[in-house]
Design a protein around this ligand. Structure first.
Ligand SMILES: NC(=O)c1ccc[n+]([C@@H]2O[C@H](COP(=O)([O-])OP(=O)(O)OC[C@H]3O[C@@H](n4cnc5c(N)ncnc54)[C@H](OP(=O)(O)O)[C@@H]3O)[C@@H](O)[C@H]2O)c1
Length: 384
């Protein structure tokens, strides 16, 4: 079990995982992310030995993003929407990547409306454009990335935010488990297809500061112990027949997000693969317990108690605006560039702190296996 401040210890076998970890998780949320989280956290300080913990990320702290280009997947809703909004307010051109035109247009209208009524930003508001992206379809995902490459000369920030929680288990036309496709495989493909543009941006300017941010979750600790990611079956693994199986499967995909992030950081840092990629910083993020349609979908899956956990979780959650703080820190805070050694490849928790991860998530062999299996599958299907 884990507590958010003390970090995570691997929590036993599959049978005990749900029974022990879920109450512990709920308790940790109760104790540590109350609705007045901002006020309580600001008092956590052991002066003069340490500085106060960061409790928010204000727009003005972030870099001036004029002339920069960003993509936020799942930008029409929840944490993604809040991330798009602030990146645009810092002057970036932002692609709001979303699968539904109707929901994307509604989000664009809401952004324009909020912009009209919000206090002025210190820089001119950046353009926000819809990018059609359906992560459940690897070919459409590839096409979306190629559209950006055709349209843009640079890409400074990629936030892989979109995900699904509990879905009935369905398989894509390629025979892959949809939740793994949406949460890991397509973000992998999207990122790798965009990588030449990200690298070009990183190398074209010595002062470049390119960031790749992958939304993960503390729920990665709910994944049962994984011994290997070799083989197609690793991509289609689910725990449907076990206690809290949907939640564990979601955790498995979120474990994949952390492993992908650390492996990408290692590969980009190795001089042989990309000589000038030290201007690219890759991070994974746990946004906290945030009240969004997605979080409600996950808490609803708790057998018999779904209604209770959903209400409790909503009561204990932060707003999407607060939930975007750590994504924004990772994507556009100057401290990340100044301390790149500290931040590259790591997992951040609210607000902008390096968090602890499960043993599986630290395993470089698993990260390499996951990369190779996903890459091989994408090549086999003609997507890479
Ligand atoms: N909320 C939390 O407490 C929490 C905690 C830990 C981690 N996270 C992570 O934070 C991220 C954002 O979560 P959220 O709570 O803001 O979720 P959300 O409100 O449900 O938003 C998810 C977004 O992903 C999009 N999406 C879903 N399937 C897609 C697909 N096939 N193709 C393209 N886009 C798709 C959704 O689009 P539609 O509107 O069309 O469905 C929506 O825009 C996720 O990665 C999640 O795992 C959240």
């Amino acid at each position: 079990m884990y507590t958010r401040r003390e970090g995570i210890k691997e929590g036993g076998d599959a049978a005990t995982c749900g029974l022990i970890k879920l109450p512990a998780y709920c308790l940790s949320i109760l104790l540590q992310t109350e609705p007045n989280q901002e006020k309580t956290r600001s008092s956590i300080m052991v002066w003069p030995f340490s500085s106060p913990e960061r409790t928010s990320v204000s727009e003005d702290e972030l870099l001036d993003l004029r002339g920069k280009v960003a993509i936020v997947t799942g930008g029409n809703s929840g944490i993604g929407y809040a991330t798009v909004r602030v990146l645009a307010r810092r002057g970036a051109k932002v692609y709001l990547a979303a699968r539904s035109e109707e929901r994307a247009r509604a989000a664009l209208a809401q952004l324009a409306d909020e912009q009209r009524n919000a206090p002025g930003s210190t820089v001119p508001y950046g353009e926000v454009e819809w990018l059609k992206l359906d992560l459940s379809d690897i070919r459409q995902t590839k096409a979306a990335a190629e559209e950006v490459i055709r349209k843009e000369k640079r890409l400074d920030i990629l936030v892989n935010n979109a995900a699904i929680g509990n879905v009935p288990y369905t398989y894509t036309a390629d025979g892959l488990l949809e939740i793994m496709v949406v949460n890991h495989i397509s973000p992998f493909l999207f990122t790798l297809t965009l990588l030449p543009l990200l690298q070009q941006t990183a190398t074209s300017d010595p002062a470049a500061d390119v960031r790749i941010v992958n939304l993960s979750s503390d729920a990665h600790t709910f994944a049962p112990h994984v011994s290997t990611f070799i083989g197609d079956e690793a991509l289609n693994k689910h725990y449907e027949d076990t206690w809290l199986g949907h939640f564990r499967t979601y955790g498995y995909t979120k474990l994949a997000n952390i492993l992908f992030t650390s492996e990408l950081a290692r590969r980009l840092s190795s001089s042989s693969s990309s000589p000038n990629s030290s201007n690219i910083t890759t991070l994974s993020v746990h946004p906290g317990n945030v009240s969004t349609p997605g979080s409600q979908q996950v808490t609803n899956t708790v057998p018999y108690l779904g209604w209770l956990t959903t209400r409790l979780s909503a009561w204990m959650s932060t707003t999407p605006k607060e939930g975007a703080y750590t994504s924004l820190f990772a994507a556009a805070h100057p401290e990340v560039k100044q301390n790149r050694e500290k931040y590259n490849g790591v997992y951040l928790v609210p607000v902008g702190k390096v968090g602890k991860i499960s043993e599986n998530a630290q395993d470089e062999r698993l990260a390499r296996e996951l990369w190779e299996t996903t890459e091989r599958k994408m090549k086999e299907l003609g997507a890479l």
